[in-house]
Ligand binder design. Structure first.
Ligand code: OGA
Ligand code: NI
Length: 339
């Protein structure tokens, strides 16, 4: 039968064979309730007169226990976020007609992958993805998609806000860990944006949107537009991250786990699909600059708590761990890494 020209890969009544994960990789207990125990932190609450800084204490506790938290009243204008979500939706909507996927466009500063060519052990993930470097912003912005025409302008405006929010959160983490102010100032660049489109799936028990992974970042800021699907490993169980419109999900990445000498945890997470809900997300990875030495902060290391990690240049870490998977080389090149 001739395939309809504009039909999309996910418009199906059952999950095609090559999208079905092996038994051990499939999600279990999909009907477990949405857990609201991942802390939601109100950034508008300011320092109390007694010197207690509530958001700082909450961020520290959440980063120790869950490695994840959500922030509300974060100060990013709603319009900036809505515009970014809508321009990314337009981008994904355009793809079936105009794009050949699976190749890293030469001299282009982005990578688009459709589910049809994104594989793990021969199995497709149930998503489409766009990734691009973002730092320095002025040098990257012109290499991003130019369709939709407002893509570059809208996403640049979004990233400026993300940079401000991430600096604010990192200052709070600094304070909470007892590091000197500005400790992360030179080591926290919003380097990479990765946006996902997860269409509804006829049978979520057979597939995944993203495989279980740790983020190789310092921290990650994720906007999920009030949709569910993100799951976090806690005490050996997958728990669901609640959908709070207008909140940002923040998680501790591997670099912050190292710097904090594992006081803060980089925790495994994944995305499950839904029969009825479309999930769209924008993940932004805040990373150290390539030549930064990553090691436990000196003041967090002592006789009782010896250093748990050896020092490494961030770029060497990325290289050694193939930190961004198939995209590592492309991303390293885009970031002017020289090794
Ligand atoms: C990631 C990630 C979750 C999502 O990109 O590292 O965990 O919802 N994304 O897209
Ligand atoms: Ni992640």
């Amino acid at each position: 039968m001739k395939e309809e020209k504009d039909s999309r890969w996910f418009e199906l009544e059952c999950v095609p064979k090559d999208y079905i994960f092996s038994k051990e990789d499939r999600p279990q207990n999909l009907d477990s309730p949405v857990c609201d125990s991942i802390p939601v932190i109100d950034l508008a609450i300011s320092k109390a007169a007694n010197g207690h800084n509530q958001p700082v204490e909450e961020i520290l506790k959440a980063s120790q226990e869950f490695g994840f938290f959500q922030v509300i009243n974060h100060g990013i204008p709603e319009k900036t976020v809505i515009d970014a979500m809508s321009v990314l939706k337009e981008f994904f909507d355009m793809q079936s007609k105009y794009t050949t996927t699976g190749t890293v466009p030469h001299k282009k500063g982005y990578i688009y992958t459709s589910s049809t060519d994104f594989m793990k052990d021969g199995v497709h993930l149930w998503r489409e993805n766009i990734k691009h470097p973002c730092h320095p912003l002025e040098e990257c912005v012109h290499l991003w998609p130019d369709k939709p025409t407002r893509y570059q302008q809208v996403i640049a405006a979004y990233l400026v806000e993300i940079q401000k929010l991430s600096s604010r959160i990192l200052e709070m983490i600094c304070e909470g860990l007892g590091l000197k102010q500005g400790y992360f100032k030179d080591t926290s660049e919003v380097q990479l944006l990765s946006s996902n489109f997860y269409p509804p799936c006829p049978d979520p028990s057979l597939t995944l949107g993203i495989l279980p992974h740790h983020d190789p970042s310092l921290i990650t800021l994720l906007y999920q537009g009030g949709s569910t699907g993100l799951q976090v490993m806690k005490d050996g169980q997958w728990i669901n991250v609640g959908a709070i419109p207008d909140a940002f999900v923040v998680n501790v990445g591997n670099q912050l786990e190292i710097i904090s000498n594992r006081k803060l945890k980089s925790v495994k997470h994944r995305v499950v699909t839904s029969t009825h809900e479309t999930r769209r997300s924008i993940a932004t990875f805040v990373n150290p600059s390539p030549d930064c030495i990553i090691e436990p902060a000196k003041i967090l290391v002592n006789e009782l708590e010896p250093s748990l990690y050896t020092a490494s240049l961030y770029k060497e870490y990325v290289h050694r761990n193939n930190a961004f998977g198939d995209y590592t080389t492309a991303i390293q090149n885009a970031l002017h890494f020289d090794s």
